[in-house]
Design a protein around this ligand. Structure first.
Ligand code: 13P
Ligand code: SF4
Length: 345
């Protein structure tokens, strides 16, 4: 493909979303990325939140955390460029210790991953001995290493149900835990982070012990947002990511992982949707499904996902940056948790 063909491809998908002048620049960069990708025998994985010109041009695979973890586990390329945040790239490295894994921005963090440390998990395990630990994939490798199994928003209920009636610890997203508890009919408690405050914890009738981590993006959506948009557009179908509060999820028509939301829009014959998630995803879905109108609240953005661009993806391949490393003793234990998750269908 040459620059003009790339420009035409992007214009066809994004002509109503991204200004022409920008598409022309993005097309040039995208072609450079594709050339470097061949040269380095790399695979590019793109999360659903990537900027639209990146999302629709360079990734070999796009998707949610679960889908991209599966792609990372399967690749035979030498280099994996993860267009997503650091915990996602780290998961790819956990699964591929002998490959080079790159994330294009150095500080692409996540408020959920930052909400818990490995020491926090060790203290919880001491407080609730013998209780298995499920951790959301939005955590760093040392936290995954302390856990029994990982989950994503795409399989959280299935992973929780795999423990049947056993009490589990579910970390670190309080809202995801509460939403999964509601979906699976389980009783949840969120103990104080200060162990001295929970001396009388009783686990009778408790199936999920949560943690009070939050996604700084999804916690901002409110039931009032939904009511106000429903008043303006009575036929709107509302989709909320399960990192939103249980009240927001209850007021929505559908809740699921980013890929589940995309699929729901594809399969639902409604003219108009409200996406309560990172706003770039609305652009990406609108580009792929021009007949559907995507409403979104774009003043609420993920600053970390927004750090990844076509330009720094090109630089990642050109200058071999930023290389993800995971100490081997942590990686081996974290891999067990990730592999267990991938085995649950
Ligand atoms: P998904 O796994 O649903 O893509 O979500 C990842 C994420 O970080 C959402 O904020
Ligand atoms: Fe983390 Fe929230 Fe950003 Fe997802 S949207 S990467 S959970 S801060």
């Amino acid at each position: 493909m040459n620059v003009d063909q790339m420009y035409q491809t992007l214009k066809q998908k994004l002509g109503d979303i991204v200004p022409d002048a920008e598409l022309a620049i993005k097309a040039e960069v995208a072609i450079e990325v594709l050339r470097l990708k061949e040269e380095r025998n790399a695979v590019i994985l793109g999360h659903n939140y990537m900027e639209p010109a990146l999302f629709h041009s360079i990734p070999d695979f796009v998707g949610d955390s679960l889908g991209l973890s599966r792609r990372a586990a399967e690749t035979d390329k030498d280099v994996i460029v993860f267009c997503g945040v650091e915990f996602m790239a780290e998961t790819a490295k956990i699964l591929n210790p002998n490959k080079t894994v790159l994330v294009p921005a150095e500080r692409a963090g996540c408020s959920l991953a930052a909400s818990i440390t490995a020491e926090d998990v060790r203290q919880l395990k001491a407080r609730y001995p013998g209780v298995p630990v499920v951790t959301y994939i939005n955590t760093y490798a040392d936290v995954k290493a302390e856990c029994d199994v990982c989950c994503t928003s795409g399989n959280a209920a299935a992973v929780v149900n795999s423990f049947q009636d056993q009490t589990i610890i579910f970390l670190p997203d309080e809202y995801l835990a509460r939403n999964v508890a509601a979906e699976t009919g389980k009783h949840i408690i969120i103990p104080s982070r200060d162990p001295r405050m929970n001396t009388k914890d009783s686990l009778v009738d408790v199936q999920i012990i949560g943690w009070n981590g939050k996604c700084e993006v999804h916690e901002q959506f409110t039931v009032e947002d939904i009511e106000s948009i429903r008043a303006q557009f009575p036929d709107v179908v509302v989709l909320a990511h399960p990192e939103c509060s249980p009240e927001v999820v209850a007021a929505s028509d559908f809740s699921g992982s980013t890929t589940a939301m995309v699929k729901y829009v594809e399969d639902t014959k409604a003219p108009r949707f409200l996406l309560l998630t990172e706003c770039s995803m609305g652009d990406n879905v609108a580009g792929a499904l021009p007949d559907k109108e995507m409403l979104r609240l774009c003043s609420i953005r993920c600053p970390y996902m927004g750090m990844i661009t076509l330009e720094n993806t090109r630089d990642a391949l050109k200058y071999n940056q930023y290389v993800i490393e995971v100490p081997e003793d942590i990686r081996v234990r974290a891999e067990r948790s990730v592999q267990r998750m991938l085995e649950i269908r």
